[in-house]
Design a protein around this ligand. Sequence first.
Ligand code: GRF
Length: 213
Amino acid sequence: MQPIRLAVLVSGSGSNLQALLDARAADTLDADIVLVASDRADAYGLQRALQHSLPTACLPLPRPADPAKRPAARAAWEAQLAAIVAVFQPDIVLLSGFMRVLSDHFLDRFPKRVINQHPALLPDDSGDLYVTKAGITIPALRGAHTVSEAVRRGLPVTGCTIHYATSRVDDGPVLARAEVPILASDDEDSLHERIKTAERRLVVDVVNRLARS
Ligand code: GRF
């Protein structure tokens, strides 16, 4: 079977990217990582990619001093990012801790091919509630602070979701999720680390599933 071509977009540490790199090295990933791109030059994920001699690209989002110029600058940035990614002809574009919301201008270049990792449980229906396997109803947390929010709200359980991306934040058809219990001793860091442990397994599974479909 031909491995699929995977482009990975990161803004930070890239430990999920590392899980994919490790799986590829162990021959347990049916994908070639063809590009790692970031909006941040200091994203450690770029270093991880360079250590594997993979193509990398860094494209910071410009922020003009004049707020009126920002929408056009952002649109141009998305078009440039899409053009770079398209050069590598990915079958799947994985947003793996990529901290920018991409609009339809980007997503339409890669229809049904952009997937996102989110560190909370999202429902199938785009709604505001999620029912756990044990039948507990919890809020569907979206945005950049879901891990601290899960701790702050005293939820018994949270988790992670991988879903197709839409231009709405943390929304779109769900591919897979995993539940992670919240311990009384958890703070944001300890909980996020356990969520990421689940995410690293899930992302390898999902990429393999997409490769085989
Ligand atoms: C993950 O928790 C992912 O769900 C979120 O950002 C984190 C990325 O972690 N969107 P890492 O950079 O792979 O370590």
